[in-house]
Ligand binder design. Structure first.
Ligand code: SF4
Length: 335
């Protein structure tokens, strides 16, 4: 048990968690929506501090982050729990933790995590697989230590952190991949339980704070894949986050509570990429299907500056962040 960083007393023995935009009011002895924060004797505690349920060395491309130290490795961790209840969650066995079930995960203190990440040759730590916001105190302590040791920190997040919590960790966060799951408030609510507006505000906040940002939209047939909705997502990214923000359009596979929905065809990803390009986005990537377009193209001369296959780099035609053909700058960090 570790005292939470973002909470306040309301009345009597209730507390309000101010870590994510749900801002749960939690009665004595009860858990928040994420099932890993508890009010004990009028104080809020994280139940997952240092309790690592997943620990893996991944290519940074797997996050996906294509414009942050491409070709590097990222030490990737998670605890159990999540604030969203997505019907199509691929990691539901660890994210949708049942209320009251003892917390699982082995002890991995921040200093040991940073030591392992450094020893394994990783350039960053990725807080991923479940929602990093719900294990914020652990991620924060790891991120501070990692930064001191010269490692980067990246969040793979659903974009629902409160402004105050995001501002506190921002000096230690180098990059993030945030989901934009739909551009319909009703679909967002149905699919995840969250409000679209909250996600849009968080995306803008990341951009304003200067954290390198990439956006992922998992395209689900019949759910969020009309031309109109794809155009609305692309326009939002161009207008609010900038045309250099990479957009990953990825394919859905039937899982969890959406086993009746068909897989996304490659043609849908290709259509989304055309719509993104028409909206003015410079870097659009397809993912999760064989034949997906994964290469980075110079927006000025059209040359392929980074070629990828799966999560591997197969070609590189840039130096010091500039296209080797025309010397135009390619957006990102560590290119
Ligand atoms: S982090 Fe958990 S307890 Fe806190 S507001 Fe979000 S869902 Fe509620």
């Amino acid at each position: 048990m570790h005292e939470a960083m973002f909470w306040e007393r309301t009345n009597n023995s209730q507390v309000r968690c101010t870590l994510c935009r749900f801002r749960c009011v939690i009665a004595e002895g009860r858990l928040g929506r994420c099932k890993v924060r508890q009010n004990r004797d009028g104080k809020l505690y994280s139940l997952v501090y240092g309790r690592c349920i997943a620990e893996q060395i991944d290519p940074i491309e797997k996050k996906p982050l294509f414009h942050y130290h491409p070709g590097s490795l990222s030490y990737s961790i998670a605890t159990v729990g999540c604030n969203f209840h997505c019907l199509h969650c691929q990691n539901h066995t660890i994210s949708q933790w049942p209320s009251g079930r003892p917390i699982e995960g082995r002890e991995l203190p921040p200093a040991e995590l940073v030591r392992r990440a450094t020893a394994s040759g990783c350039q960053s730590i990725a807080y991923t697989y479940t929602e990093p916001t719900i294990y914020y105190e652990y991620a924060y302590d790891c991120a501070v230590l990692a930064k001191q040791q010269g490692l980067g920190n990246v969040f793979v997040s659903n974009g629902y952190t409160t402004p105050e919590a995001l501002e506190k960790i921002a000096p230690y966060l180098d990059a993030a991949n945030i989901d934009l799951k739909s551009f319909s408030a009703a679909t967002y609510k149905k699919l995840t339980g969250a409000e679209l507006q909250g996600v849009l505000e968080t995306l803008r906040h990341y951009h304003q704070l200067g954290i390198w940002l990439e956006v992922t939209s998992l395209l689900i047939p019949g759910c969020n894949d009309t031309d109109e909705e794809l155009r609305a997502m692309a326009n939002f990214i161009v207008d609010q986050l900038g045309c250099d923000t990479p957009w990953h359009v990825t394919a859905f596979h039937p899982t969890y509570r959406m086993t009746e929905t068909p897989r996304t065809p490659l043609a849908t990803l290709q259509r989304a990429r055309r719509i993104g390009a028409d909206a003015g986005l410079h870097y659009i990537y397809e993912g999760n299907l064989p034949g997906s377009w994964e290469h980075t193209v110079c927006p000025d001369c059209g040359a392929r500056v980074i070629e990828r296959c799966g999560f591997q780099l197969t070609g590189r035609q840039l130096a010091a962040g500039r296209c080797s053909h025309c010397q135009a700058g390619i957006a990102g960090i560590g290119l």
